[in-house]
Design a protein around this ligand. Structure first.
Ligand code: UGY
Ligand code: MN
Length: 251
C-alpha cells in the first residue's frame, strides 16, 4: 500500500498566550550564540517575551563548547556527557547530572560526545542582609532525596539547587505516578520554565487544558493558573524552574 506523507498544514500543539506558552519539538528553531562553538541553541523563553530568566536546550556536537554566561547558569544534562570545569575542579556530567555556576565565576563546558542539556540563566539578585555568596553546585538527580508533595507519595519532588537565602531560584524535578495530580490549581507570583522529561499528561494553563509529553517546553508567567495530572502507563517527570526567596518589590 502506498505510504501517505503526513502534511501538517500549519497544525501544531504549540500555543503562545499572554501568560503561558506550550512549545512542542516540531516548532523548535535553532540559533548560534556568541562564544559557543559546535552548539545549537533552542531558546525556549527569554526576557524578550517578558520572562525574568532564559531557558534553552543546548545541542552539542562532539567537542562543542558553551560560551561565557552573562548571568548565573544552571545546566541539566539530557543526553551524552559534558566536561565542566568550574571553581578549579573538573566534573563529568552525564544524563541526569546537573551543575550550577554562580554569576561571574569563570568556567568551561565541553561535550565529550554528541550531547543535549537544558540551560537556565538568570541575573543574580543579591540581598543586602545576606553575606553568603552562592557556590558552584554539582550533583545527580537520582542521588537527591525525593519528598512527597503535601504528603502525596504519588508525586515526588527533588530540589536540585540548595535552598539557602543566597540562592534566588530553584530547579526541581517532579515525578508523578500515572493518575497523580497537583492537589490544587496553583496561582502564584513565581514564574516557571518547565521541560517535560518523561511520560505525559494534561497541563492546565490559564483557562486551557493541553496534552503534554516528553520533549515539550512550557512557560508559565507569574500568576498563570496551573495544574497537572499524569496520564499513561508510566510516570511523568518534569524539570521545573522558579524564582525563589526574593521580595517582589526587590531589595
Ligand atoms: O513549585 C511549584 O510551584 C510547582 N508545584 N508548580 C507546578 O508544578 N506547576
Ligand atoms: Mn507552580
Amino acid at each position: 500500500m502506498q505510504q501517505h506523507q503526513l502534511t501538517h498544514l500549519g497544525a501544531t500543539r504549540s500555543v503562545l498566550k499572554a501568560d503561558h506558552m506550550l512549545q512542542t519539538p516540531d516548532t523548535f528553531v535553532r540559533t548560534p550564540l556568541p562564544g559557543a562553538e559546535g552548539v545549537d541553541f533552542v531558546v525556549h523563553i527569554a526576557p524578550q517575551r517578558g520572562a525574568a530568566f532564559t531557558q534553552m536546550t543546548a545541542e552539542f556536537a562532539t567537542g562543542g563548547m558553551l560560551g561565557p554566561a552573562p548571568a548565573q547558569r544552571f545546566i541539566y544534562v539530557l543526553e551524552g556527557k559534558l566536561d565542566m570545569i568550574a571553581g578549579g575542579k573538573k566534573h563529568v556530567l552525564g544524563p541526569g547530572s546537573f551543575g550550577y555556576i554562580p554569576q561571574g565565576v569563570k568556567h568551561t563546558v565541553r561535550a565529550r560526545n554528541d550531547a543535549r542539556a537544558a540551560i537556565i540563566e538568570r541575573l543574580y539578585e543579591p540581598v543586602e542582609t545576606e553575606d553568603e555568596e552562592p557556590r558552584v553546585v554539582v550533583g545527580k538527580e537520582a542521588d537527591v532525596a525525593a519528598t512527597p508533595l503535601g504528603g502525596d507519595e504519588g508525586l515526588r519532588v527533588r530540589a536540585l539547587m540548595p535552598d539557602g537565602p543566597e540562592y534566588d531560584f530553584a530547579v526541581n524535578t517532579m515525578t508523578y505516578n500515572p493518575g497523580a495530580a497537583l492537589s490544587m490549581v496553583e496561582i502564584h507570583v513565581m514564574e516557571h520554565g518547565l521541560l517535560m522529561l518523561e511520560g505525559g499528561g494534561i497541563y492546565r494553563l490559564g483557562d486551557s487544558w493541553y496534552p503534554v509529553e516528553a520533549g515539550d517546553f512550557v512557560w508559565m508567567a507569574p500568576y498563570c493558573p496551573q495544574w497537572f495530572g499524569a496520564l499513561g502507563k508510566k510516570p511523568a517527570k518534569y524539570l521545573i524552574y522558579k524564582d525563589w526567596r526574593r521580595h517582589p518589590l526587590g531589595g
